[in-house]
Ligand binder design. Structure first.
Ligand SMILES: *Cc1c(COP(=O)(O)O)cnc(C)c1O
Length: 362
């Protein structure tokens, strides 16, 4: 069986380094808000090209905190792609804001910047882009609109660590960005973890306090905050893995270009990219008419696949109030999409096998 993602193999490459960092933490007996967190955040900010990075509990919290620290709440609208993982939407509704859904571009699966302006109202406060499947959104039109209408821009960069737009990395393309270090992400820890990146010192300080019970210093609470921090063990694991991320992303690009050159089955629509460096291929999502039959066929032939995602947020029971809404492009994507295995530890033999099996599907 060719696994969709072999996490054990991914992390075992760093086993001795991780072992020794964990031993250091055990020896010191310091588990939260210590040297590991500080070091990793400094290194991650440098990786993204931002002034600040703040470790938080997970990607959803990173998103929630950005919106909360910006002071947005009930009555405020945030523009967001209809085609995303539900966490992006949950972060908006959790703050009492209204998500205003925009259709994606069916070729890249990312928000279609040409459809954003018509959704802007007097209540619009921000545009939240999502660099879905590891491909950076084409930001220029988004920036122009934000300037014209005085809006904030945020990034959900949970799937795109290291992806670039105009030679800048995601995380550094907006007022603030959210990252997730969920184990399966391009940079993943061994549990839950996340980060916010920003160049805005005031916002950084506010998010830092909000994530720590709302306190700016011990036992002094400025805000009604929450507890969402990146612990020392996770920070250490991430700091071990970060120096290898560029090479891992390069390998993902190699696999993606192999698939894109060699998968020639007309029944399978390949993902498109406008710039090779824009994408870090968190997911290699293809589309096909009879998706479930295709998935069964691949499984019967030893190829494990995953569907990202079978149901769009507006059709979920949690958002019953929007179930009647229609976003045909989003729905078409969710109906036909399926992700082939892609990971830095796949062998050339496995990549060729997946390609051959896909090509003989009828
Ligand atoms: C993974 C993910 C999140 C949530 O991150 P968690 O760390 O799992 O909370 C948010 N948005 C997108 C697009 C994601 O893929």
């Amino acid at each position: 069986m060719i696994k969709f993602l072999d996490l054990e193999k991914i992390n075992n490459r760093f086993r001795s380094e991780i072992d020794s960092r964990i031993k250091t933490i055990l020896d010191k007996g310091w588990y939260l808000q210590g040297a590991e967190n500080e070091t990793f955040c400094k290194n991650f900010a440098a990786f993204c090209g931002t002034k600040y990075a703040l470790g938080v509990g997970n990607g959803l919290d990173a998103l929630r905190l950005i919106i909360r620290a910006s002071g947005f709440g009930p009555g405020d609208e945030i523009i967001v792609p209809a085609n995303t993982y539900i966490a992006t939407i949950l972060a908006i509704t959790d703050n009492g804001c209204t998500p205003v859904l925009v259709e994606p571009d069916i070729k890249t699966y990312n928000i279609n910047p040409d459809l954003v302006e018509e959704k802007i109202t007097s209540r619009t406060k921000a545009i939240m882009v999502v660099h879905l499947y590891g491909q950076a959104v084409q930001m220029q039109k988004i920036w122009d609109l934000a300037k014209k209408y005085n809006l904030k821009v945020f990034e959900d960069a949970a799937q795109a660590h290291g992806a670039e737009y105009q030679n800048r990395r995601v995380g550094n393309l907006s007022d603030a960005a959210a990252f997730s270090f969920y184990p399966g992400k391009n940079l993943g820890c061994m549990g839950d973890g996340g980060a916010v990146t920003t160049n805005d010192e005031e916002l950084y300080q506010k998010i830092k306090a909000l994530a720590n019970y709302g306190s700016d210093r011990k036992y002094h609470n400025l805000y009604k905050g929450l507890n969402s921090r990146l612990d020392e063990l996770q920070a250490a694991v991430l700091d071990v893995k970060l120096p290898y991320l560029d090479a891992d992303n390069a390998r993902r690009r190699e696999i993606a270009s192999y698939y894109r050159e060699n998968i020639t089955n007309p029944a399978v629509i390949l993902p498109q990219t406008y710039d090779e460096k824009a994408a870090v291929w968190h997911v290699f999502a293809v589309r096909t008419a009879e998706r479930d039959r295709f998935q069964q066929y691949l499984s019967d032939n030893g190829v494990q696949t995953i569907i990202h995602y079978p149901t769009p947020p507006h059709k979920q029971p949690a958002y019953r109030e929007w179930n009647h809404l229609s976003f045909p492009i989003t729905e078409e994507i969710h109906r036909t999409i399926i992700s082939l295995p892609i990971s830095p530890v796949m062998t050339n033999d496995e990549i060729q096998k997946v390609t051959e099996i896909v090509n003989v599907y009828r």
